[in-house]
Design a protein around this ligand. Sequence first.
Ligand SMILES: [Zn+2]
Length: 314
Amino acid sequence: MWCCLNPRAEVADELYRFLVDNSFRITKQGFFVALRNVVTLHGSNELVKFVSEVYTKIKAVWKKSPNQYHVILSPDGEYKFMHYTEMTEEYTEKCRTCDGTGDWWDDEFDQYVTCYDCAGEAEDSYSRKTYEGTDLGVLTDLYLDLPNRAENRFTDDWTKTFDIRIGQVVSMPMTQCNWSTQDCAAAGLHFTANEIHYVGCGDQSVLMLINPMKVVGIGTAKGRCYEYLPISTVSRDEATQILHDLDFSTIDLDEYYVESELDFLSERAQSTFAEEAKKYNFNLPAISSIEIGNIVNCLNKMKDELNGRVKEVV
Ligand SMILES: [Zn+2]
């Protein structure tokens, strides 16, 4: 459905085949996961890498909720993450009130009574933290806050002008994109699935989500879009492997992005179609406004479903 809403006829026509041929993976709501390289602007973005990579791994590999994990800064400067249930442990110790006797001297009645603290058990349970260092907070909160972090700054190698942050949408005006079908050196935001090893263009690889509606051109192995969401850093060595790893589930990687994409979808789909139809002499596929309306209705239903399962993270 997203493909059909792409205003470029040949992209709408070829994109699905291109995604299959190059083994791109998709999310539950039909966005696809791709790779690109970026240039690091600051040296010390370990926390950005740690948070985005662990967040993605917990969702995509472990299929668990990142809400249940905290990030800990250890005294040696390393980051680690812990399930909240493992951050404290219960232990029992001799009751401090009765000094382990189970009896307590009651001054008012001048006699021993059962200890009020341990109920006569003579020992009490306490809890203590199991880690050294500082609890930086819940993983999901840290992930959603990444765009605000000063060290989360990357740019593109070609123009060195884009403000690229993990967790923040990167876009350029659609009208400035080149629509050609060549693989390289054309205007637009580049992405690939399999070719990341062969692409220089930066010191850091990132996983990104792309709405098929926003792809402007596809080549053989690489494509260009006018908007994407970088969701995680990923090491160059693992990049391609991750996208092909069937244990890496991309299904749930879209939740926050897709909600914003579904807002105002109807107006946007109609207006870009009209604009593109005016601008070029292409034979747009015979898709009527009723059909567009139907697709938008389906997507709106998806949005309602999604809104029904959104939970505030406390
Ligand atoms: Zn006691």
